[in-house]
Design a protein around this ligand. Structure first.
Ligand code: FAD
Length: 544
């Protein structure tokens, strides 16, 4: 008799799994139950359809049920919801949403790929018709239609989806307010690394309210905890997601502390022959080894493939999730992989950090922009994670270092990587190499650093930029001596105090520190220079 696999959820994880099973073994019978009208659609593209960047509605449905059935021989039932799982009888109870009919379907293996759903904050008025969340193509259509008749929008939550919606609703001509409970946008990053994003939102006229929250929603306005009222013809709830794991939990399948389905490396749940993949599950962090849940499309797809392999008898294993991500906020990209400083602190792991701001390609070639990089690493040189922002080249930095981390490379190996270069792309000393140089210089003791958020109060602050640069902004109390004049002006510096030197990004100050330490001074470089100090000490809104 043919083996029968039932898949619940027909998008990223579920459809990857279903299609791969058929590619591996056409004889396996695969039935996919999807409660929505669409399968395998482009979740990640939805904000850009709303903004008009993606113009074709048809392109949003990457595959159709008919197309997938024809290609793979899948049995795809859209508008069919799985209401219950009986793990002992190995059956699912299915509700046909069109007719209301219910039936039992038997399985030999079951794959739960039910995803995650947006959090609906318990705010009075959250159920009004102009309040939306973005989770599927029907939501997308509703928001796109509402945007056509709206002048103002309030986005509750400044995470990935909130930021993408802000940009795209702005592109539709709406005046945007973002309300964010935390004191930063994009919570998965460290706060100082999000400073360029706040600046970008300000440039585009987005009113970003940090440390505030919505307390009431009414037609046309949202009232905030601070007492402010913001105009909002359209409200988008983007306050995060929670796993859709109720089906699994009701079937007695083990879930974790935040409700995610617990799986092993073969995507097996606690119930025999029941697998789970995607946003609904927690898996192992490849860097710390702890259980984590990071809702991203790449891991969902890979987990789907692993579950398919295992169901078809292959010896595949999911090695874990690293959290590689990137998001566009108007003209700036923000990317990261691995652990943040916040996480390292929570885990109590010893770490060092390197800040630098190299250009994405040779500085003399037109169109060079800085990439702001923060690398976190152990005292032995193990790479814990990287965060980067910038107009271009963020993907190259994050992806290269993500790959290095997977391969177990250290900061010393980053120094040695041979990366593609011509003036349009990269540099003879590529930003990734520079990241390795800075980190290795710190670890080898070639460069003492002072952290920009912990400058000792009694340090002598030395600004080695040109006076005209310093005039545009400097650390209060600093003395300006340009690096090229330093060797002739050593008598102006104290020999009995620690010198904290800085320039724009750390390079000239590194040269200054080498000169000063060889001349007997106690000099250290402010990590990342004035640019990073500024990220920790942003000017009030409107003055950047
Ligand atoms: P989904 O793709 O959400 O699929 C789950 C499906 O299960 C749903 O269609 C649901 O209807 C169905 N389902 C649930 N319960 C049942 C049931 N009982 N019976 C039948 N069907 C059921 N990730 C990135 O990496 N990069 C991005 O740029 C990015 N952008 C995003 C933008 C938006 C607006 C959104 C919403 C998500 C974005 N993501 C992004 C996240 C990414 O889409 C998800 O991580 C990924 O889709 C998760 O896959 P999944 O299979 O677990 O869940």
């Amino acid at each position: 008799m043919k083996k029968k696999v039932a898949v619940v959820g027909g998008v990223a994880g579920g459809m990857s799994c279903a299609a791969r099973i058929k590619r591996l073994d056409r004889d396996v019978e695969v039935v996919v139950f999807e409660r929505g009208p669409d399968v395998s659609f482009a979740n990640c593209g939805m904000p850009y359809y709303i903004g008009g960047v993606i113009r074709s509605r048809a392109a949003m449905a990457v595959q159709t049920p008919a197309g997938l059935s024809a290609r793979y021989g899948l049995d795809i039932r859209t508008r069919h919801e799985v209401a219950a799982v009986d793990t002992a009888a190995k059956t699912v109870r299915v509700r046909a949403l069109g007719s209301g009919e219910e039936f039992e379907e038997a399985y030999d293996a079951l794959v739960l790929a039910t995803g995650a759903e947006p959090l609906r904050l318990p705010v009075p008025g959250a159920d009004l018709s102009h309040v939306h969340a973005l989770n599927n193509l029907s939501d997308m259509d509703r928001i796109a239609e509402a945007a056509a008749n709206a002048k103002t929008a309030c986005i509750i939550g400044g995470g990935f989806i909130g930021l993408e919606l802000a940009e795209n609703l702005h592109a539709r001509g709406l005046k945007i307010t973002i309300v964010e409970l935390m004191d930063q946008v994009l919570a998965p990053m460290d706060k100082e690394m999000t400073a360029p994003l706040l600046q970008e939102l300000e440039i585009y006229g987005v009113d970003t309210r940090l440390g505030d929250s919505a307390t009431a929603i009414e037609p046309g306005a949202v009232t905030l905890k601070s007492g402010a009222r913001v105009d909002a013809d359209l409200v988008c709830m983007c306050a995060g997601v929670k796993p859709r794991s109720a089906l699994a939990a009701a079937a007695g399948i083990e879930t974790g502390p935040r409700g995610h389905i617990v799986v092993d490396g073969r995507m097996r749940t606690s119930a025999p022959d029941v697998y789970a993949v995607g946003d609904a599950v927690q898996s192992r962090c490849t860097v710390s080894g702890e259980p984590v849940a990071i809702p991203l499309a790449g891991p969902a797809n890979r987990q789907g493939r692993i579950a398919a392999d295992v169901i078809c008898g292959r010896d595949s294993e999911y090695i874990g999730i690293q959290g590689s991500s990137i998001v566009k906020v108007f003209d700036v990209a923000a990317g990261q992989t691995g652990l943040t400083e916040k996480r390292l602190k929570a885990l109590g792991l010893p770490y060092r950090r390197a800040y630098l701001h190299p250009s994405q390609h040779a500085g003399y070639y037109p169109g060079a922009y800085p990439v702001d990089i923060k690398l976190l690493f152990s005292p032995e040189g193990k790479i814990y994670g990287v965060q980067a922002t910038g107009a271009e080249g963020v993907d190259v930095v994050v992806d290269t270092i993500a790959t290095a981390m997977r391969g177990g490379l250290t900061v010393y190996d980053l120094e040695e990587l041979e990366l593609a270069y011509s003036p349009q792309w990269g540099a003879a000393k590529h930003g990734v190499n520079m990241t390795g140089f800075v980190a290795a210089n710190i670890l080898r003791g070639d460069m003492d650093v002072v952290e920009p958020d912990a400058i000792p109060g009694d340090a002598f602050l030395l600004d080695v930029r040109k006076p005209e640069e310093a005039a545009l902004g400097m650390i209060p109390g600093a003395t300006v001596i340009p690096v090229d004049e330093l060797s002739g002006r050593l008598d102006e510096l104290p020999r009995d105090r620690a010198i904290a030197a800085y320039c724009g990004v750390g390079l000239r100050a590194y040269i200054a520190c080498r000169l000063l330490t060889q001349a007997g001074f106690a000099a250290a470089n402010i990590n990342g220079g004035f640019t990073t100090w500024r990220a920790f000490n942003p000017p009030p809104a409107g003055q950047s």
